[in-house]
Design a protein around this ligand. Structure first.
Ligand code: SF4
Length: 611
């Protein structure tokens, strides 16, 4: 159905010509889900944009062809391509906050897609749009259809975007991180929906994701990309049970789960090399734990290593002498006893957060909405409490209230005692001090960095405001150590946020939180936008900092694998209340509440382990 032949994509950048995709080949059959996985910046999303002919202005296809049922999409005039785009091929973009039109009601955006690509019009198209909203799990679709995007949560916007993509009833769907922003129950629902459509309509799906558990549950075949090239392709079961490329093996070892609790994850040191370099040998060689003497000078090609299994690695095609290995560090045993028996660092008592609703003048409906309705928990220094639950359950609102971000928008009652002081009662210098001690890392790295500030300014802003004692030289030193801590190159300081991928932007956001040396960090889905190996690096970094500095984390997430790995304690939230809390192993091992059981049942799992 879809065939990509020797595709090459180049981007003009300040540093030189970036070869974002360098000779990609793949073929998809009707009804197949083909997953493209790999770290940020390896070319996955650029592949999707190239085949949709939506490359950024500085990008161009430098060679190759993309054939859909024998028709070369790259050679079509733009007017014909517009019919293909959205009609035969739809795309779900990664970033819901920038992909919906903010000045159009969500229903209009779905109806527009229905009317452009099907025979339905007017009321019938609207009824169909309501049906799509229901199918993607939007509650009260008859009412929400007339909302503007800003009234929806991140997860709801993502679901609307999925409805827009599917409403045109395409033959082929490109899904770029389609469920990254969603909690597990909605994710399971959306993945089921895509599977149903696939069966009904023989839909072909190109799934781009860093979530290997989703891939194992959805994909028929998997291609792993690295630095602009495919380095391994295999049927999904084979890929997860017998990965061959050293990078694939390391990626699977980097996955957090309960079995690896207490051990550092096998983070892959280093980053993807800049793609403006000319590569003489294997692009993965500087990070490879099995590199051989000739890997630096011989570029590997993709060779057959079994039925439908191809690998780009000299270990298979030209085995040779291994390089001397650095011995592996003995695995550290993490102290789980930290903070036990002493006063909590954060003691939240009966927290309520109420938002005013703009109801019509004579309406009898409620005039307020209780996002958080009596939440109580404690968090000790050096420990991690995971707050889990579906979108809209109040977990992010609780985090924001504690970090003092809702003072103006909402009515807050209850207490948040931090080091014995009630955060909600602080003003002036005491509030500044508290802001330095309690930081937040946001879920959406696109919206949380000021696009008009270079990275150095983003990081320095907090230092100037909250650590006035540092002089310019000390601040510069701190900035350099921060970018290195979060795995970025030093030249990142002089670049703009838009020059980074989503994962890299999240690292900048993490560096910003760490800059002022806080005691508590509210981590709001901090790794949901990151690739598995980057996620492992960040989780390792967070745990390392916790061990060294006794940091406490309030970890808001829907990723139960991450919870199992990082959390000491867990609180499960539903409709503004905590329905179950306790030690992580107890709650996840023997959940008492039906809601917790439902949440756990919806978690996608890798059910094959690498050999
Ligand atoms: Fe590692 Fe060499 Fe294989 Fe590259 S070619 S992945 S450096 S063993």
């Amino acid at each position: 159905m879809l065939e990509i032949c020797d595709l090459k994509v180049e981007l003009a950048a300040e540093a030189g010509l970036v070869r974002a995709i360098d000779g990609m080949r793949l073929a998809l059959t009707r009804g197949e889900t083909f997953a493209l996985v790999g770290e940020s910046g390896c070319g996955k999303s650029m592949t999707a944009l190239a085949l949709m002919r939506l490359l950024p202005e500085n990008g161009r296809v430098a060679g190759g062809a993309v054939q859909l049922d024998g028709q070369d999409l790259l050679a079509l005039p733009e007017s014909r391509m517009r019919e293909v785009r959205g009609g035969r091929v739809s795309m779900i973009f990664q970033e819901p906050s920038t992909s919906l039109n903010p000045v159009m009601r969500v229903g209009e955006q779905i109806v527009e897609a229905i009317e452009a690509h099907t025979d339905l019009r007017g009321k019938v198209a609207r009824a169909k749009a309501i049906d799509w909203l229901r199918r993607v799990g939007i509650p009260e679709p008859e009412r929400r259809i007339d909302d503007y995007p800003f009234r929806l949560s991140g997860g709801q916007k993502q679901r609307v975007m999925i409805a827009v993509a599917l409403a045109a009833e395409p033959d082929f769907l490109v899904a770029d991180e389609p469920t990254t922003a969603l909690d597990v129950t909605i994710q399971a629902q959306i993945l089921d929906l895509i599977r149903d459509l696939q069966r009904e309509r023989q839909l072909g799906v190109l799934l781009i994701t860093h979530d290997l558990a989703v891939v194992s549950g959805m994909a028929h075949r998997v291609a792993l990309m690295y630095a602009g090239q495919i380095i391994e392709v295999a049927p999904a079961a084979e890929f997860f049970s017998h990965p061959k490329h050293p990078y694939a093996r390391l990626l699977l070892q980097a996955l957090p789960d309960a079995g690896r609790r207490g051990e550092p994850l096998a983070a892959i040191a280093g980053t993807v090399p800049p793609l403006w370099l000319d590569f003489a040998g294997c692009r993965f060689a500087p990070r490879c734990d099995r590199a051989m003497v000739h890997c630096a000078g011989t570029p590997p090609t993709l060779t057959d290593e079994g039925l439908q299994h191809q690998v780009r690695c000299l270990l298979y095609s030209q085995p040779g002498e291994a390089l001397a290995r650095v011995p592996v560090q003995p695995r550290a045993v993490w102290s789980q006893a930290m903070g036990q028996g002493v006063a909590p660092l954060l003691d939240v008592r009966d927290l309520h957060v109420r938002f005013a609703l703009k109801a019509p003048l004579f309406s009898r409906g409620p005039r307020h909405f209780d996002a958080v309705d009596g939440v109580t928990f404690q968090l000790h220094a050096g420990r991690t409490l995971a707050l889990v639950g579906e979108s809209g359950c109040g977990k992010t609102t609780s985090g924001k209230a504690i970090v003092q971000l809702l003072r103006r928008q909402a009515q807050i009652s209850g207490q948040a005692l931090f080091d014995g002081q009630d955060l909600f009662q602080l003003h002036g210098p005491a509030l500044v001090q508290a802001r330095r001690s309690v930081q937040i890392i946001f879920q959406d790295p696109f919206a949380s960095l000021n696009p008009r500030m270079r990275v150095a300014e983003v990081l320095e802003e907090g230092l100037i405001a909250l650590r006035a004692e540092l002089d310019a030289g000390q601040r510069q030193e701190r900035l350099l150590s921060l970018v290195e801590q979060v795995g970025l190159r030093r030249d990142a300081l002089q670049r703009w946020p838009h020059e980074f991928s989503g994962g890299q932007r999240q690292r900048i956001a993490i560096a910003r939180a760490l800059a002022v040396q806080p005691k508590l960090i509210v981590c709001d889905e901090p790794t949901s936008a990151l690739d598995v190996s980057v996620q492992a690096q960040i989780l390792n970094l967070l745990r390392e900092l916790q061990r060294e500095q006794g940091l406490a984390y309030l970890f808001i997430t829907h990723n139960i694998g991450v919870v199992e790995y990082v959390a000491d304690d867990i609180a499960v939230m539903q409709r503004g209340r905590i329905v179950e809390q306790g030690a992580c192993a107890d709650v996840l091992g023997q959940p008492r509440e039906a809601y917790t059981r439902t949440l756990l049942a919806a978690v996608p799992r890798l059910n094959v382990s690498p050999s």
